[in-house]
Design a protein around this ligand. Structure first.
Ligand code: NAD
Length: 253
């Protein structure tokens, strides 16, 4: 296949965790991938490790910075000439109750987890439309589906992102762009290691019907499916990838 016909994905928060697994899944599927992250050092290591210099590029960018996102999408367009999928995966977690959450923490979580996907989609959609459209996947969370202690900023940001998914799906359908979300249950990434206490871990294992945390690769597979032609009639949906936790009705630990 000529290089210009190879599909292109932009994955945010791709230096590690679920984002890096998604980037690797797209590469395995024959796509070219732009890996975007705020952490330039880890990002460059990840891109080198992927070992496909002709099919990858690194974009050091804060998804909450409109000018940086604009520049990153322009760089992607100059290098690859098209965009077929955007994965809004970059996110941060602050696990604190409302009385202990500073306004700075609240604002930054909302900026990265909610404004980031707004900005990336707004800047990327015109490039997608140039070749007839594409797919967006937003990474939400089961934390956006239920209120709980410790998650006032994080849970609110993810609930907002679930609604933004529907909004984007309705607004961008006319450009040929489908928009869906995956809602992970707990996945043992650096983020989970930082915010899941031993008590939270034990409660999750007891409550999840499949009895374990998810794997990064399991999330990547769902993301890749939603960007593939196999999902051509699916838009505006949230797919829980949570070992059945969402089906139980049990509260978040
Ligand atoms: P992670 O912390 O391992 O990786 C997140 C990546 O995003 C990091 O590389 C980080 O540098 C990057 N990032 C953070 N802020 C950024 C910014 N402003 N601009 C660009 N990049 C930025 O986390 P993860 O567990 O892989 O999480 C990925 C997504 O999945 C997040 O949106 C998270 O909320 C969501 N999620 C994770 C879990 C879980 O249990 N791990 C559960 C539900 C949802």
């Amino acid at each position: 296949m000529a290089d210009e016909a190879r599909k292109v994905a932009l994955v945010t928060g791709a230096a590690r965790g679920i984002g890096l697994a998604a980037a690797r899944r797209f590469l395995a599927g024959g796509w070219r991938v732009a890996l975007l992250d705020i952490d330039g050092g880890t990002l460059r290591e990840a891109v080198a490790w992927a070992g496909a210099p002709e099919a990858t590029m690194a974009l050091v960018c804060d998804v909450a910075d409109p000018d940086a996102v604009n520049g990153a999408v322009q760089d992607l367009g100059s290098r690859f000439g098209r965009l077929d999928a955007l994965v809004n995966n970059a996110g941060i977690a602050v696990f604190k109750p409302i009385l202990e959450t500073s306004f700075e923490e609240w604002s930054r979580v909302l900026a990265v987890n909610l404004s980031g996907p707004f900005l990336c989609t707004q800047k990327a959609a015109p490039l997608m439309a140039e070749t007839g459209g594409g797919a967006v996947v937003n990474v939400t969370s089961i934390s956006g589906m239920r209120a709980s202690t410790l998650r006032v900023a994080y849970g609110t940001s993810k609930a907002g992102l679930a609604h933004l998914t529907k909004q984007q799906a309705v607004e961008l359908a006319g450009l040929g762009i489908r928009v869906n979300a995956v809602a992970p249950g707990p996945v043992d990434t650096a983020m989970a290691k930082a915010v899941h206490s031993p008590a939270i871990r034990a409660d999750y294992r007891d409550a999840i019907p499949l009895g374990r945390y998810g794997l990064e690769e399991e999330l990547a597979e769902a993301i890749f499916f939603l960007c593939s032609d196999g999902a051509s009639y699916i838009t505006g949906q949230t797919l829980g990838v949570d070992g059945g936790f969402g089906a139980t009705g049990i509260g978040l630990p």
